[in-house]
Design a protein around this ligand. Structure first.
Ligand code: PMP
Length: 423
């Protein structure tokens, strides 16, 4: 047996083997999954824009006008009219002076975090310290690794722990980085307190609005806007492949920060510019969102209603305040069993297991869309409740997320394990 096969066997035995499920037809609130029609409850296409007629048309027109690909990186010959237009529209939407596109959210975080961590390094022999929430996305963790930056991992959303860390490293330049909406838990970072701490300690801030853009704040402008912090975060990262229904990402920031990122972010410099159809699709999606802010209200209303329905089925949903609702089961095999039972009954909510989430907190990560009907959500909550019981899991008996996370005095705090992205 080869080492590859041996490792795959190991993954199967520990309940952590992954395979890709196949969706035929376009993305929507209902899809055909491996040949079976299901209600889709784990997509980040929160506003249903991925298959919106105007978004599709814009992508198709862009392909006819500008072609399928950009052919080179932004700094060679890949910067095209549609990129400039989208960057201007995104900066206006996020209330920043400027913005710059990246190939994906993963690439944006990799580039932004590593570029900012290196920025401060030459001025201090020990370099900058990156302060990172323990549940930050894998791309942020990888950005720290790319910069070989010293990282202080603070307990999830714990501003006291963060303040303690900042004090311990008060002689070093600091960068605080956090998801705004946590992708596997659906809770929101304490952004006001974080920005205030950054101000007090002279640290820079990066906020990843992958799941906040289009979902939170006035007109879907994000959690930063909801907290009244527009213009007060050094770099806001947003993605175009989630609520905006296309593909790619952006960093919204000042003009000089944009210039710095263009000159130093390796994932921008060494990668082909986003394809024109994706950029045009995202631009059209942004226009639709701005013309129809009621979509965001609908998403919010659906999320609130669905959390109520899930609570009625006995699920513990109090941690989430957004469109992402984790149904924590605990054991990886059990989470998979619940997921499979639900699919058989026509509801698809993917099971998420380590290393994407901490050991012992495997879960169904449920994501609501604005295009779900209330009746669909009511029925789906009942289906999930039944699927859990059939698989041998009683809703409400799961491991509370906080209990399964590493804790302890900051002195004893170990860096969070590296996690890989799944959503
Ligand atoms: N940040 C967060 C918080 C995410 O959840 C994701 C996607 N899973 C990303 C960044 C990466 O974005 P993309 O899928 O565009 O690479």
């Amino acid at each position: 047996m080869s080492d590859v096969e041996a490792r795959l066997d190991e993954l199967r035995e520990s309940g952590l083997y992954r395979r890709m499920r196949h969706v035929s037809g376009p993305q929507g609130s209902r899809v055909v999954l491996d040949g079976r029609p299901v209600l889709l409850l784990c997509s980040n296409n929160y506003l249903g824009l991925a298959d919106h007629p105007r978004v599709r048309e814009a992508a198709a027109d862009a392909a006819m006008r500008w072609g399928a690909g950009a052919g080179a990186s932004r700094l060679v010959s890949g910067t095209m009219t549609v990129h400039r237009r989208l960057e201007e529209a995104l900066a206006a939407f996020k209330g920043t002076e400027s913005s710059v596109l990246f190939g994906s959210g993963y690439l944006a975080n990799l580039g932004v975090v590593s570029a900012l961590a290196r920025l401060s390094a030459p001025t201090h022999p020990d370099g900058a310290v990156v302060f990172s929430d323990e549940l930050n996305h894998a791309s942020i963790i990888d950005g720290c690794r790319l910069a070989r930056a010293e990282t202080f991992v603070y307990d999830h959303c714990d501003v006291e722990h963060l303040a303690w860390g900042l004090k311990q490293h008060r002689d070093r330049p600091g960068i605080i980085v956090t998801d705004s909406v946590f992708s596997m838990d659906g809770d929101v970072a304490p952004l006001e307190a974080i920005v205030e701490l950054a101000r007090r300690h002279g640290a820079r801030t990066i906020v990843d609005e992958a799941h906040g853009t289009g979902a939170l704040g006035p007109g879907g402008r994000g959690a930063v806007a909801e907290a009244g912090l527009e213009g007060q975060v050094d770099v806001v990262v947003g993605t175009l492949g989630k609520a905006l229904g296309a593909y790619g990402a952006f960093a919204a920031c000042s003009a000089s920060m944009r210039d710095y990122l263009v000159n130093t972010a390796r994932s921008l410099i060494f990668s082909t510019a986003p394809p024109p159809p994706s950029a045009a699709g995202a631009l059209a999606a942004l226009e639709v969102l701005q013309e129809h802010p009621e979509m965001v209200e609908r998403l919010r209303g659906n999320a609130d209603a669905f959390r109520d329905e899930l609570a009625r089925e006995g699920f513990e949903v109090a941690g989430s305040t957004t469109q992402i609702v984790p149904l924590v089961v605990g054991d990886a095999d059990l989470a998979m069993a619940v997921c499979e039972r639900a699919i058989e009954a026509g509801v698809f909510a993917q099971a998420i297991r380590p290393p994407t989430v901490p050991e012992g907190t495997s879960r169904l990560r449920v994501a609501v869309m604005a295009t779900h009907t209330r009746e669909e959500l009511r029925a789906a909550a009942r289906t999930l409740g039944r699927a859990a019981l059939q698989a041998g899991f009683r809703p409400g008996a799961g491991v509370p997320v906080a209990a399964a996370q590493p804790a302890g005095h900051p002195d004893e705090r170990l860096p969070a394990p590296l996690r890989s992205a799944a959503a």
